[in-house]
Design a protein around this ligand. Structure first.
Ligand code: TYD
Length: 215
């Protein structure tokens, strides 16, 4: 490893972050395939979700129709889902020496609940540090997308927007800035890429950086 792992476990923990419609799932899938092609065991997972309780919490917080969900309640639901995800899925895989590829992680809460909902980035980071026992990724790939473009990409042929996606563009602009701020604070643990670049080019850059971590 080029820098000490933030979790000191034998595996490698990678997260993808970015606004809605940035192409995280596509890149997470391509990276997973590429690493498996190199003979590595990769556990691909997503937030909110990743466990049975997490999937229930996911639908509570993302589906319309559960009445008012205030910002603190929303932050706690995401953190609860993440606590289960870290404990039941991510940590065991890292202890087995696997590569974990997660679609979203703590920075999503910092951006959406901390900045987007105005709870404060530091307060939400603290809550999630507690929830996960301080488990941070070795590398977070931020796929940076203009909110207007993200909306066009994700609604193309789509069935409708969830509670978060249907927030106005200004909300998504603040989310975007929050991801960039998180990356700027710890550049050694982030890779920020323009989500508009061709899919294969993005995949190549990500694989090169991850390859360096594995070397
Ligand atoms: P998802 O369907 O995973 O969206 P995407 O494909 O864009 O990742 O839905 C996740 C939504 O939940 C997304 O709008 C971001 C939001 N979210 C939070 O607000 N806080 C969080 O901690 C997480 C993990 C997601």
């Amino acid at each position: 490893m080029t820098s000490p792992s933030p979790h000191q476990r034998p595996g490698l923990f990678l997260a993808f972050e970015g606004g809605d419609g940035a192409g995280k799932s596509t890149q997470a899938a391509l990276l997973t395939e590429a690493l498996q092609g190199r003979g590595l065991t990769v556990l691909r997972t997503r937030e909110p979700g990743g466990t049975p309780i997490g999937e229930k919490l996911r639908s509570l917080v993302l589906d319309h129709g559960h009445g008012t969900i205030d910002a603190r309640c929303e932050a706690l639901i995401f953190a609860a889902s993440r606590a289960a995800h870290a404990d039941q899925v991510i940590v065991p895989a890292l202890d087995r020496g696997e590569v974990v590829v997660s679609d979203r992680y703590i920075d999503s809460s910092v951006a959406y609940q901390g900045v987007g909902r105005g709870l404060g980035a530091a307060a939400v980071a603290d809550l999630n540090e507690w929830a996960t026992g301080g488990l941070w990724p070795d590398l977070t790939v931020v796929l940076d997308v203009d909110p207007g473009e993200g909306r066009i990409r994700r609604t193309a042929g789509d069935t409708g927007e969830d509670r978060m996606e249907s927030e106005p563009d200004d909300f998504h602009r603040r989310i975007r800035a929050a991801f960039l701020d998180a990356a700027a604070a710890h550049p050694e643990r982030y890779l920020v890429l323009n989500a508009r670049l061709p899919i294969a080019e993005l995949a190549g850059t990500i694989l090169t950086r991850v390859g360096a971590l594995l070397a």
